[in-house]
Structures are given as structure tokens and as C-alpha cells.
Ligand binder design. Structure first.
Ligand code: SAM
Length: 190
């Protein structure tokens, strides 16, 4: 079985970051993460949004709030990734090494946590991460960095993912919107 692929969003601020953090969660889900972990403020509404997408389009990505984040990260990378052994931690930062050259060096037989920073990333994160990885060395968007890393990690199939338990299935179309609702009789698919 493929080990868990977790995305950890640090420093979430409920009043300021919901939209971009929802986008992080949706990209994580769509490209194959098993877990989305939120450090900082709690926000059940954000998790409800993801649950609603799961209900319609399938998938089971788990969403969880984990307090400050640093303690969790330290434990994951040095002691216990859920099975009593350390996991692999990759921190997305514009100060890091190029992602395409780092990815082949990362082991794939252990749970991995991909860390995405918030407004201010504590220096401890750079120390605890096994890899500090850049998607280009320019400041841009955490959503773009996450998507490009995950596409490179999972290969082209990452963004072509389908979920077997989907209720709504989109049929690719050159024009218009073709959507099959698996619960509706007139689709003949029930
Ligand atoms: N100023 C913050 C700091 O203390 O580093 C970073 C803010 S930035 C908008 C938020 C997050 O986007 C970063 O922590 C990083 O995870 C991600 N990010 C932005 N540009 C990136 C790049 N070129 N490569 C990798 N990640 C990037």
C-alpha cells in the first residue's frame, strides 16, 4: 500500500487565510493527499467545505486541526509518523533546493508530510524538515508551489485523478459542461 501523503498548512489565521487555505486543501485532495493538517486557528467551516466536495466528487482526504504544528512536525520527523517510526518531512520554501532535483532523492516507502508555510515561517521548521525545497527561488503562491510539487511527485496522473466513490463525474468536454450524476436514473448509471 502507498504510504500516507500529508499536507501541513502552518500558521492559519481564521480571519485572513480561509480562501487560500481552502484552495490548498482542494489541491491536496485533487492531486492525491491522504490528509490535510491545519496548524494555527481552528476552522470547522473550512473542513466542511472539503467534506462537501468529497460528498459530491468522491475521495476521503482526512482533515485535522493539530494546534501549533511544530511539536507535531518534530514528532513526525524524528519519532512517529503514525506507525512508531519517523516519517519524511518536506518543507516548501523559496529558499530551498530545486524541487525537481530533490524529488528523486526522497524515499517513497515512508509516510511523507509536505509543509506549506504561512505569513511567517519559524526557523525551526527549516531545521526539522528533512528537505527544504523550492519551486523556483522567487516568492509566489503556496497553492502554486503545492500543485507543482505534487504533480512532480505523483507524475502526470496526479492531476488526472478520479475517485471511485464520486457521485458527480465530469466528462471532459471541449465545450460546455458534461456532468453525470450517479444518483439520477436518467443518467442510466445508477
Ligand atoms: N514570508 C514567509 C516566510 O517567512 O517565509 C513566506 C510567505 S509565502 C506567501 C507562503 C508560503 O508559500 C511559503 O511558506 C512557502 O511554503 C510557499 N512558497 C512561496 N513561494 C515559494 C517558492 N518559490 N517555492 C516553494 N514554496 C513557496
Amino acid at each position: 500500500m502507498t504510504p500516507p501523503f500529508k499536507v501541513l498548512r502552518l500558521g492559519y489565521r481564521k480571519g485572513r487565510d480561509p480562501r487560500i487555505t481552502t484552495h490548498l486543501a482542494l489541491v491536496s485532495r485533487a492531486l492525491g493527499a491522504t490528509d490535510f493538517l491545519l496548524a494555527g486557528d481552528e476552522d470547522d467551516g473550512l473542513f466542511d467545505n472539503v467534506a462537501s466536495v468529497n460528498e459530491r466528487f468522491g475521495g476521503r482526504m482526512n482533515c485535522e486541526h493539530i494546534g501549533g504544528g511544530l511539536g507535531w512536525l518534530k514528532r513526525f520527523s524524528t519519532q512517529d509518523a503514525g506507525d512508531g517510526e519517523p516519517g519524511v518531512t518536506v518543507h516548501l520554501t523559496m529558499y530551498g533546493e530545486p524541487y525537481r532535483s530533490v524529488i528523486p532523492r526522497i524515499r517513497r516507502d515512508r509516510p511523507i508530510t509536505l509543509v506549506v508555510g504561512g505569513a511567517k515561517v519559524p526557523s525551526d521548521v527549516f531545521q526539522h524538515a528533512h528537505y527544504n525545497v523550492a519551486v523556483g527561488n522567487q516568492p509566489h503562491s503556496e497553492v502554486a508551489a503545492l500543485a507543482l510539487f505534487m504533480e512532480a511527485w505523483f507524475g502526470e496522473g496526479g492531476s488526472e485523478r478520479h475517485f471511485p466513490d464520486a457521485r458527480l463525474i465530469i466528462e471532459p468536454s471541449a465545450r460546455g459542461k458534461a456532468v453525470h450524476d450517479m444518483d439520477r436514473h436518467d443518467d442510466g448509471e445508477e
